[in-house]
Design a protein around this ligand. Structure first.
Ligand code: ZN
Ligand code: ZN
Length: 219
C-alpha cells in the first residue's frame, strides 16, 4: 500500500485548525518547537527517530495525550473561559484532574517510556559533519522501504546521502576520512569485530588493496 503523502508545514497548520489544535497565533510556534526539539525535519515534514519514539511511547503508555481530542478539549475550555461560559477555576480543576491521570500512567511505566525514547535518540545521534554543507549527518529511514541510510540535517537544501548496512549499530568515530573528507563510522554487530569505514561508497579507500582496515571482517 502507498503511504499518504507527507504534510508540508502549511498543510499541517490546516490540519491542526481542522482538529482544533492551537490557535491562529500559536500553531506556527508549536511546529517550530517540534523542529527545535529534533522531533521533525525538512518540509514536507519528516519525523526523526526521536519524534517517532516519543509519539509511540505516549501512544502506548498514555494514549489519552497522544490524541488530538484531549488538546482540542483543553483549547475549547479556554474559549469557554473567554466567553464566560465556564469559570477559570472549573477549567483549571478539570485540566488538573486530566493531567494527574496522565502523570500517573507515565509514572507507572517510566522505565519502558525511557527505554523507548532512548532508542530513538540513539538512532538520531550525529554521525559526523556533511562534507558538502557542514550540517550534521544522521541515520534516516526511507519512507517506503523503511531502509536506513545516512542523510544530511541540511535537507532539503542539501541532498547528501550515504548507504548503510541494514543491521548493526552505527556509531560516530569523530574521524574524517583522509582520502575523501566524509566521516568514518563504526558498525557494531553482536558477536562480530567492529567495522570502521568511510561512509562514501565511492571513496578511494574502498578500492581493492587500499587500506586493510576498510575491509569488512568475514563472519
Ligand atoms: Zn549537507
Ligand atoms: Zn573516504
Amino acid at each position: 500500500t502507498q503511504p499518504p503523502p507527507r504534510y508540508t508545514q502549511g498543510k499541517l497548520i490546516e490540519k491542526m485548525e481542522e482538529l482544533g489544535l492551537g490557535t491562529k497565533s500559536t500553531r506556527h510556534s508549536i511546529i517550530e518547537s517540534l523542529y527545535e526539539r529534533g522531533y521533525i525535519y525538512g518540509d514536507p515534514i519528516i519525523p526523526t527517530e526521536t519524534g517517532i519514539a516519543v509519539t509511540e511511547a505516549l501512544r502506548r503508555f498514555a494514549g489519552v495525550i497522544s490524541t488530538p481530542e484531549m488538546t482540542a478539549a483543553l483549547e475549547k475550555d479556554m474559549d469557554a473561559i473567554a466567553e464566560g461560559v465556564e469559570t477559570q477555576l472549573e477549567v483549571v480543576e478539570k485540566s488538573r484532574e486530566m493531567l494527574a491521570g496522565v502523570m500517573h500512567l507515565l509514572e507507572n511505566s517510566k522505565a519502558e517510556v525511557a527505554a523507548e525514547i532512548r532508542n530513538g535518540i540513539k538512532e538520531d545521534r550525529i554521525l559526523g559533519v556533511c562534507p558538502s554543507c557542514g550540517a550534521d549527518l544522521h541515520v534516516r529511514r526511507a519512507k517506503k522501504s523503511r531502509k536506513r541510510f545516512v542523510g544530511c540535517g541540511g535537507y532539503p537544501e542539501c541532498t547528501v546521502t550515504y548507504p548503510l548496512p541494514q543491521t548493526g549499530s552505527v556509531m560516530p568515530t569523530g574521524e574524517t576520512c583522509p582520502q575523501c573528507g566524509s566521516p568514518r563510522v563504526r558498525l557494531v554487530n553482536r558477536g562480530r569485530k567492529p567495522w570502521i569505514f568511510c561512509l562514501d561508497p565511492d571513496c578511494p579507500t574502498k578500492k581493492e588493496g587500499n587500506g586493510k582496515e576498510e575491509e569488512r571482517p568475514a563472519g
